[in-house]
Design a protein around this ligand. Sequence first.
Ligand SMILES: [Zn+2]
Length: 384
Amino acid sequence: MKGNASTSRALNRRLILNLLRNRGPISRAELASVTGLSPAAVTFVVTELMDEALVVEREAVASSNGRRPIPVDINYEAHLALGFKLNRSSIDCVLTDLATSPLATLQATVTDITPEGMIEAIRVTIPRLLAQAAREEKDIMGIGVSIPGEVDPRNGVCLQSPRFGWRDLPFAEMLAERGHAPVWIDDDVNAFAIAQKLFGAGRNHRNFAALAIGAGIGCSLVLNGDIYHGSNSAAGKLGHITSVPGGALCECGRRGCLMAHAAEPYMIAEWGRRRGVEPTRADFAASAATGDEDALEILANAGSRIGRHLADLVNLFDPEVIVVGGEAVQFGNALLDPLKRSMEEFLFFSKPEIQTDWVPSSWARGAAALATQGIFDFERLPSG
Ligand SMILES: [Zn+2]
């Protein structure tokens, strides 16, 4: 590969940072032998990263045959990222270290879903999160915001979000002016996939799909280590595949989309229709937990429907593994077993493993990962 000095410097930085991220603390000598870089090049890059407080030396572990070389590691604790996952009536907020481990979390209530209202709601949480973790603003390296909708992450523009009624909105720039830190934005399922890629179940896979089932259904594709955004930032919209032609009205304005027949709002409404009540999510979850037959049947139908379309996705993209997240993971095997069965029934050749990886802070951590990925830079390979 040809390239100038700054290109090779950037490549070496990424190589070393990502090796440390994947393997944990290792010595400079091991870094040289694994990467194939010269010891001098490794020392040069490590010194530079230590000057930036991105890398730190850890304790050398004593061994019987004398002192071992000093391992170096990513200085996860020294820098902070903020993550915000925007919802219709709330914002999930998190302050994390560079490993996207939460240091402080809170949920802000939102009454005004205009861009200005959202930005103000975000802004006021920042000092609260810092106070909760007893950390300082100067350590904040970046802000990540995940938005349900079509997002152009390169330009920081929300192309459209039907849930908020936004269109062509330069959200990253608007927030950066108020938040005093660089801002990255992406679709919320892509943000979840990036967190999976960096520190989750997707860590050791070059090709995987991250499926999220909650208020909507989305499926982010990681192909050869990169999120596949598509030509209009609209890839992975599994939830808007037509499942029932002429069926129920979807939030996108079309009829019969998969999410209109299988996402949580559908399940809750269907259960309410059978009972003649207007249930909350908690009502439905509680009845599913106690083995209510209607709730279980609704979950099974939704799982089967999702699994059938997931099979199409596998037949097209052949991922190594599918990581499932989103609030609906809470329903466990009542949803996931029918999903797997149905997927397998419609698979053509490969049969990827389905793994679940979900904790309540996953959405916001995904948003924070939008900021931390800048450090590891796994998406942007310079053309050389
Ligand atoms: Zn739709």
